[in-house]
Design a protein around this ligand. Structure first.
Ligand SMILES: Cc1cc2nc3c(=O)[nH]c(=O)nc-3n(C[C@H](O)[C@H](O)[C@H](O)COP(=O)(O)O)c2cc1C
Length: 454
C-alpha cells in the first residue's frame, strides 16, 4: 500500500498530498482488485462521474505491476472546492483573485523524488498504464499531462493540457490547435525550422493542474497564475535534456521535442462535446527521457459526455475568462458572480443601465468557445439550477430578450458547426427592466424553510 504524507494540509505540495486529503474525506476509493487500463478504468470514472461518486486509486492494474492509476480526481465540482479550500460558490472567486495576483515560480535544486530514470533504449511508453477511455478511441491517450514549452519568438513559457496519443515506445501524437498558445509556439519554432522542446508533467499539484487550462492572454506565464491561486510560488525543477522547468514532485515527467514539419494521423477520441473527434494530422513528440517517482501514480482524466474531469477542470478558468470579459465591457459592469451550468455561462450583475446586459453578452460570447450566455440580476442564485429555470420562466420573453450572433469563432469539436470553427451563439438577457415593479417579480419563499433540517 502506498504511504501518504498527509496531515491537514490546506496547501498541496504535490498530487499526493491532495489525494491523501480526498481519501481522508471519503472522496477517494482504493480499488485493489485487478482492472484493465483498456476501458475498465475509464468505466469506473464514467459511472462515478454520472452519480457524483468518488475518485479512484487503482492499485492493481493488469500488466502494470508497481504502478497505480488515479482517476476522476477532478470529476466533481466539490473536489475542486476541496482543492482550492473554499466553498463551491467561492471557487471562481478564488481562481479570479489568483489570476489577477500572479506569483512567479521559484526554481529549486533537483529533488531525490524522481528516482527512476529511463533513457535511450529504456524509454518505453507502453510500460506506463496509459488508459484507453471511450469505445471508439484510437488507443491509449495521456489526458491529464501538463505540457510546458517556451515560445521561441517571445521567450514566454507556455503551459497547457493537451491529449497525447501513444504512437510507439518513444513517440506521442499531440493535439495543439493553432489557436492555442502551444500551437503558436510550434508555429514560431517551425518558422525557424527548429524543434520545440516540450516537457509533459503528469500528476502535479492541483494549482498547476487547474492553472494549466487557464484561458489568459498568451503573454502571461501560467506558473505565475498557479502561484497566484496557491498564494505562494510553485517550486520547479529543471529538466535534464531540455531547457524547461516542471513542478517539483510531479509523478512522471516526459522530456522531448516536437519535430518541425512532421504531422501524423491522430484520433479519433471521445471529446468534450460528447461526440468523437475525427482523425487529424497532428504534430509528433519525440521522447528523449522519462523520469518518475519510485512508486508512481499515473493520473488520467476522462473526457466525454458532460460532466467529466475535462468539463469540471475548465469550469473555474472559463468563468474567469467570462468574468474578465464581462467586467471590461463598456462602462465596466458591476459583475457579482459567474457560473457555468449545464452549458450556459450565467453572469449575475448589479444592473445600472439597460444596455449593460447586451454589452456583457457581446463581450463574453466573443471571448469563450461556449455557445450560450445568460445575464441575470444579482438577486438570482446562479448556483441553483431551479433558480435559472425560474429566470427563464419569469424574466425572459423570447421575442424581446434573446440575441443570436450568427457567425462567431467556436470550437472545432462541435459537430453541428457549419464550417471550421464557425458557430452561431445565443445570448439571453434575463434581467428585469430598470424601474420594474419588483413586487410582481418577487421570488416565492416559505418563511423558516432555510432553518429546517433532519
Ligand atoms: C482534461 C483536459 C484535456 C484537454 N485536452 C485538450 C487537448 O487535447 N487539446 C486542446 O487544445 N485543449 C485541451 N484542453 C483544453 C486546454 O488545456 C486549454 O484550452 C488550454 O490549455 C488553454 O488554452 P491556451 O493554451 O491557448 O491558453 C484540455 C483540458 C482539459 C481539462
Amino acid at each position: 500500500m502506498r504511504v501518504w504524507s498527509c496531515g491537514n494540509l490546506a496547501i498541496w505540495t504535490d498530487q499526493r498530498s491532495f489525494l491523501a486529503h480526498l481519501e481522508n474525506h471519503g472522496e477517494l476509493l482504493r480499488i485493489n482488485h485487478e482492472v484493465s487500463s483498456v476501458h475498465e478504468i475509464a468505466a469506473y470514472i464514467r459511472k462515478s462521474s454520472d452519480v457524483g461518486g468518488p475518485a479512484f486509486l487503482f492499485e492493481n492494474v493488469k500488466r502494470y505491476k508497481g504502478w497505480a492509476v488515479a482517476g476522476g480526481i477532478y470529476a466533481k465540482r466539490a473536489r475542486i472546492s476541496r482543492a482550492l479550500a473554499t466553498k463551491i460558490d467561492g471557487v471562481v472567486d478564488r481562481y479570479v483573485r489568483g489570476t489577477s495576483k500572479p506569483i512567479p515560480p521559484r526554481i529549486v535544486r533537483d529533488s531525490v523524488r524522481n528516482q527512476v530514470v529511463w533513457e535511450g533504449n529504456q524509454i518505453d511508453l507502453t510500460k506506463i498504464p496509459i488508459v484507453t477511455h471511450s469505445a471508439r478511441d484510437s488507443g491509449g491517450f495521456i489526458t491529464a499531462g501538463v505540457q510546458v514549452a517556451k515560445n521561441p519568438a517571445t521567450k514566454i513559457r507556455a503551459l497547457g493540457m493537451h491529449r497525447m496519443q501513444v504512437k510507439g515506445r518513444d513517440r506521442l501524437g499531440l493535439l495543439i490547435p493553432a489557436t492555442k498558445r502551444f500551437g503558436r509556439a510550434l508555429e514560431a519554432a517551425e518558422s525557424m525550422d527548429m524543434p520545440l522542446a516540450i516537457a509533459t508533467a503528469i500528476g502535479v499539484d492541483p494549482y498547476t493542474a487547474l492553472a494549466s487550462v487557464a484561458r489568459v492572454p498568451h503573454a502571461l506565464d501560467k506558473y505565475d497564475i498557479a502561484g497566484g491561486i496557491k498564494g505562494t510560488p510553485i517550486s520547479l525543477v529543471k529538466c535534464r535534456t531540455i531547457d524547461i522547468e516542471v513542478p517539483l514532485g510531479s509523478e512522471i515527467v516526459i522530456e522531448g521535442e516536437i519535430l518541425p514539419g512532421i504531422r501524423e494521423t491522430e484520433g479519433p477520441f471521445g471529446e468534450v462535446e460528447g461526440c468523437y473527434s475525427g482523425q487529424s494530422n497532428s504534430p509528433v513528440v519525440q521522447v528523449k527521457r522519462i523520469t518518475m517517482r519510485e512508486d508512481p501514480i499515473y493520473l488520467t482524466a476522462l473526457t466525454g459526455l458532460p460532466e467529466t474531469d475535462n468539463h469540471v477542470m475548465k469550469w473555474p478558468s472559463t468563468c474567469e475568462t467570462a468574468y474578465r470579459a464581462a467586467t471590461s465591457s463598456y462602462s465596466n459592469p458591476d459583475v457579482r458572480s459567474v457560473n457555468l451550468i449545464n452549458g450556459w455561462l450565467v453572469i449575475a450583475i448589479k444592473k445600472r443601465h439597460s444596455g449593460e446586459p447586451s454589452n456583457v453578452l457581446h463581450s463574453v460570447l466573443s471571448s469563450i468557445s461556449e455557445k450560450y450566455c445568460l445575464v441575470v440580476d444579482d438577486d438570482v442564485n446562479i448556483y441553483d439550477p431551479s433558480e435559472i429555470e425560474w429566470v427563464f420562466r419569469t424574466r425572459v420573453q423570447p421575442s424581446e430578450n434573446v440575441q443570436i450572433f450568427p457567425k462567431m469563432q467556436g470550437t472545432t469539436l462541435d459537430p453541428s458547426s457549419p464550417g471550421l470553427r464557425l458557430t452561431s451563439k445565443l445570448g439571453v438577457d434575463g434581467t428585469l427592466p430598470i424601474g420594474a415593479d419588483r413586487l410582481k417579480f418577487e421570488k416565492v419563499t416559505v418563511p423558516g424553510s432555510e432553518n429546517i433540517s433532519w
